[in-house]
Design a protein around this ligand. Structure first.
Ligand SMILES: C[S@@+](CC[C@H](N)C(=O)[O-])C[C@H]1O[C@@H](n2cnc3c(N)ncnc32)[C@H](O)[C@@H]1O
Length: 730
């Protein structure tokens, strides 16, 4: 079999779409720890099976496969999707990543764990922690009069002192705490007295139950300006002067287990004196503690982190409140006392992942009534209203929890991930429900009994990796997409804690930061541009090409909105002495997102399949704009069969993929890899640009798209407007 002949775009696109809506359902191993821009596991499984398998992809996908003896590398392993999928089917894997967090996380995903021992240890840690800090996360229920019920979320608003009258003002962008989708009514905070009001109609909210003021939905803080409600003075924010803005606790969402059955909706309250006292007690305790694990490092400037400086966050610890710091420090102490190193590492991984929910940059989604973790987008957006989740979590039964972002949530997710590794399954959606198909015989992690599935992971730049010539059966990878994600800058948020906890002796952990000048991303602060990216990618692909057996493929996913970013890819393929034997479309991001719908953003990657020219047939070649339009039209029809109605942005990306493929083909014979990078990039650019304006090509492709001929997979159905119940932000 080969990918070019046997990969089934519609089958895999349909599964990848579904997976990206609820990735933890399809690939629970990602629950080990957050990584950015994880590609669908179903896509890489499809590619591996199409290359190494023997039979129909649709059959192979749902049964056990064993490719012992095959050697697969990923030079940019990130969260590990390609190497984990290859390991699962018995391949020997070689993974590289420049970021030490990646190597740590992929090891955690692959390393065997005594799950029962882990469960005992993590739940005893939670119990010990509960003894210490449970009271910090309790409140009383003003509706039913119960005491000591668990808090789900504390909601805080940023404040500043008015430059006119000196009084503290709340920077509310809006007063709607909860919309009436997951709660029977809208919950509005009164702008005047702070009482919470349950109202039917947001357009006619009426007056406050507490003070009779007319309620408002729109708040005074907008675009860095806020008028003081007391004196009318316009204040600017963030005016950091090296300090971040203070926060005021204005609302609590709690849970009342004994009343839930009779209560309609969620439980909200305005904090009372006891709630403020609880926070003050936690803060006091934190003040008296000499922290051993909380990092004291400053935040270096960067494309993403400079925004934090503007808001007055100069040190990583500034991004947490005292109650969070107390709970995290105590968690670290308990983890450090765990004797068994495998279990200690698992708990340290949990702590690192927990951080993203336990900081004062988390937001609260007024529609879904959920905490949004700090990485819900690939950056550090600073909001005006922040959500502090219960650090312990609220267990509702074995493996099930109320709310998110606490220790019990992280433990449940981790256990699910490791159980999945022991007994992987695929998921078929039959229109009504998800059906699990166990794939007995496959397993993630560890050396197999028969010696198959060797694992070699290295934290180092792939531009320096060494692999024996003609030793690999395939390279499957997902390189950085130029400047889309600043891996090091973002991962430092976790790294500075994890490093304190596991020590500096861990591979790659000797540096104070997980950032690296060799990271292949565009970065304005670090002066890394397209040439840096293209030169690095070219070096990596050349090394991979040398390590591949004759005719073996280098396969990678890619998407970007700009033609320049594809020119770098074209140059790297040509420098590696390869051609592109296929450019396949596959959805790889969350579909149905409102911010993507109708915009030029794309959720569709191109999967580039590259081989040496002597082993690649020129297929789907074109020489005119009409030619490419026809080919892209076929791709669009395949995606439509999978259930994706491509956006203009998707179509542009598919066009860019084929233009890159064709530019590589046209240059293959006369390519001079010794030329300057500037000259090579412009040569590829000129060839691609000769086909005409991108938007025009995308529009023509949409017009020639053949009508969908019905789904080829009647057992699968996809409803993209459906709100995923357990979708996790990726
Ligand atoms: C798109 S991510 C990979 C995501 C991964 N495939 C997944 O599904 O989770 C790209 C990775 O390339 C890594 N990277 C960037 N520059 C690198 C270099 N010079 N050598 C090795 N890895 C590098 C980044 O740290 C990042 O983890």
């Amino acid at each position: 079999m080969s990918i070019e002949q046997d990969f089934d775009v519609s089958l895999i696109a349909a599964m990848a779409l579904r997976e990206k809506q609820i990735q933890q359902t399809y690939r629970p191993f990602i629950g080990v720890h957050k990584w950015f821009a994880r590609r669908p596991g179903t896509l890489f499984r499809g590619l591996i099976l199409a290359e190494f398998g023997d039979g129909q992809l649709q059959d192979l996908f749902f049964r056990s496969n064993d490719f012992s003896g095959k050697r697969v590398a990923d030079p940019f392993m990130g969260g590990g999707t390609p190497v984990v999928e290859a390991n699962r089917v018995g391949c020997e894997i070689f993974g590289f990543d420049i970021n030490p967090m990646s190597t740590w996380i992929v090891r955690e995903e692959l390393e065997r764990l005594d799950i029962a021992a882990y469960e005992r240890t993590v739940y005893s840690l939670i119990d010990e922690l509960r003894d210490e800090i449970d009271s910090n996360y309790q409140t009383s229920c003003p509706i039913y009069g119960d005491t000591n019920v668990p808090v789900k979320s504390f909601l805080w608003v940023k404040t500043l002192d008015c430059t006119g009258c000196g009084r503290s003002i709340d920077l509310f962008p809006g007063y709607v705490l909860a919309e009436n989708q997951r709660h029977p009514k809208n919950v509005l905070v009164c702008w005047s007295c702070g009482d919470l009001n349950e109202v039917e109609d947001r357009h006619n909210p009426g007056s406050c139950v507490g003070c009779d003021s007319t309620l408002k939905c729109i708040g005074p803080a907008r675009r860095g300006r806020c008028d003081c409600l007391h004196c009318g003075q316009t204040n600017a924010y963030p005016a950091s002067h090296g300090r971040h803005l203070a926060h005021r606790l204005f609302a609590i969402e709690y849970y009342n287990p004994t009343r839930k059955a009779v209560h309609n909706g969620r439980f909200f309250k305005k904090p009372d004196a006891a709630d403020f006292a609880r926070f003050a007690a936690a803060a006091d305790r934190w003040e008296k503690l000499s922290p051993r694990f909380v990092p004291d490092q400053s935040i270096p400037p960067g494309d993403e982190t400079t925004r934090l400086h503007r808001w007055g966050y100069t040190h990583y610890r500034d991004m947490f409140n005292s109650r969070q710091l107390l709970g995290l420090e105590l968690s670290c102490r308990l983890i450090a006392e765990t004797e068994d190193s495998r279990l200690r590492h698992a708990l340290a991984t949990n702590l690192s992942d927990l951080l993203r929910y336990q900081n004062m940059l988390c937001r609260y989604d007024a529609k879904t009534l959920k905490a949004l973790d700090i990485f819900s987008i690939h950056g550090f957006p600073v909001g005006l209203v922040q959500c502090e989740s219960n650090l312990l979590g609220i267990a509702a039964g074995p493996g099930s929890n109320v709310g998110s972002g606490g220790w019990s949530n992280i433990a449940a997710k981790y256990i699910k991930a490791k159980r999945y590794g022991e007994a992987p399954y695929e998921v078929i959606h039959d229109g009504q429900r998800n059906v699990r198909v166990p794939i007995a015989g496959e397993r993630i992690g560890g050396l197999r009994g028969n010696g198959r599935g060797g694992i070699a992971l290295q934290c180092r730049s792939a531009t320096e990796c060494r692999l024996p010539p003609s030793s690999l059966d395939a390279v499957f990878t997902d390189p950085p997409y130029f400047g889309n994600v600043q891996y090091g800058e973002l991962m430092d948020f976790c790294y500075v804690w994890l490093r304190n906890l596991v020590g500096h002796g861990t591979e790659g952990f000797h540096h104070r930061s997980s950032r690296s000048a060799g990271e292949l991303t565009g970065n304005i602060t670090e002066n890394r541009g397209l040439e840096h990216f293209a030169t690095g990618l070219s070096e990596v692909y050349s090394r991979m090409a040398d390590a591949l057996k004759p005719g073996a493929p280098l396969v990678f996913t890619y998407h970007h909105n700009k033609i320049e970013a594809y020119c770098a890819v074209g140059v790297a393929i040509l420098d590696a002495g390869m051609v592109c034997s296929a450019a396949l479309p596959c959805p790889a991001e969350m579909g149905g997102s409102i911010h993507i719908h109708g915009t030029s953003s794309s959720i569709v990657d191109t999967v580039f399949v590259c081989r040496s020219p002597s082993h690649a047939r020129g297929q789907r070649l074109f020489s005119t704009p009409g030619g490419i339009a026809g080919i892209v039209g076929e791709d669009l029809a395949q995606l439509a069969r999978a259930g994706r109605t491509p956006t203009h942005g998707d179509t542009r990306c598919i066009v860019l993929g084929h233009l890159t493929r064709m530019a590589v083909w046209e240059h293959r014979e006369a390519w001079d890899r010794t030329g300057s990078m500037t000259a090579k990039l412009s040569a590829v650019n000129a060839t691609m640009a000769a086909y005409g304006d991108l938007d025009g090509l995308a529009r023509s492709a949409t017009r020639v798209q053949p009508a969908p001929s019905g789904s080829s997979f009647p057992q699968l159905s996809f409803d993209f407007d459906e709100e995923p119940s357990d979708a996790v932000p990726v």
